[in-house]
Design a protein around this ligand. Sequence first.
Ligand code: NAD
Ligand code: ZN
Length: 358
Amino acid sequence: MKVLALMEPNKVQWIEKEKPTAGPYDAILRPIAIAPCSSDVHTAFEGGAAKPAGFVLGHEAIGEIVEVGELVRDFKIGDKVVVPAGTPDWRARGIQEHNFKHPEGPFSSFMLSGSRDGVFAEFFMVNDADNNLAILPEDVSIDDALMTVDMVTTGFTGAELADIKFGDIVCVIGIGPVGLMAIAGAKLRGAARIFAVGTRPDCVALAKQYGATDIISYKEGNIAKQVLELTNGRGTDATIIAGGNAETFALAIAMTRFGGGNIANINYFTGTEYLPIPAAAYGLGMSGKTIRGDLCDGGRVRIERLLDMIRYGRIQPGKMVTHRFYGFNKIEEAFYVMRDKPKDLIKPVVYIDWSKEK
Ligand code: NAD
Ligand code: ZN
């Protein structure tokens, strides 16, 4: 089968690879819509986690099932399904310790394009199909559904890690698709005021639609200082990091209130050996601020719940799709668009109609 693979850092190309096989609990899928992710770009071009030569990228997909293992109960060939970016092995020991993201070691729930070939392929395998796939509802669009698999679940994970409460003052740093969904999540959890840090006009417009009350530009100086001024020196109750570099991490800590403030990181930091904690802003170690950072929630139930939120009008994540491509071979072009980030890009999607593919 044909796949788009990472050969070495900075070198992505089409190659032929063996079609994957399904174990008793697994399914083999053909992609019918995929989206490249900033994380694929970090991995391929920005010094992210090392991968073996010929490793298939991509972890955001809607697919059609073409094969199921003999112990799969709830899915059959021909089903159209939404595939979460996080597909833990739900039989792993760590699951019983409620460790859903790293149950068998660091990043072990991040299988597709993490520890195993991803979805930029004619076929891909999803482990533990019954627990990791969700049926694509007829009344949910491909765009909306595809955004749940990583962008919505990750942004919402940010809002959950930040433990946002009614009336909170929140800052979301970085308003690409992940940050935009963190804003939507913060609003749904009851935030009163939401600062959004970003500059691109299309992202700013959508940030306001999703719930941002104030826009701050990191190009106009220290964002922690700006937030502290706008909050009379108090700072935020919760700060969610969804973009930026190591310095951004320090600024997030600096803008968050002493005594109970929460810092939630969902950003993928590359190019830094350490993440800085500013001693004074962290109360010389005694600030009462909590720092959390994690992978997105994965699995079937998470996705089914997010799909319900779309069906009942709570979120409209499909609005983030700005660039559309048609045909399997367009995955490469879409991936480069994601890397090069034209000013009007929020999220690209590739739609694949196998009846029209040669
Ligand atoms: P994106 O690149 O589209 O958005 C990041 C935004 O941050 C951009 O708009 C950029 O202009 C902005 N930015 C850059 N420097 C900044 C700075 N100094 N201060 C403030 N903003 C700055 O990326 P995305 O798709 O929204 O993803 C955001 C991050 O989340 C990426 O690092 C991605 O790899 C990561 N991610 C994590 C998970 C997870 O499970 N935790 C899942 C998906 C994506
Ligand atoms: Zn991703």
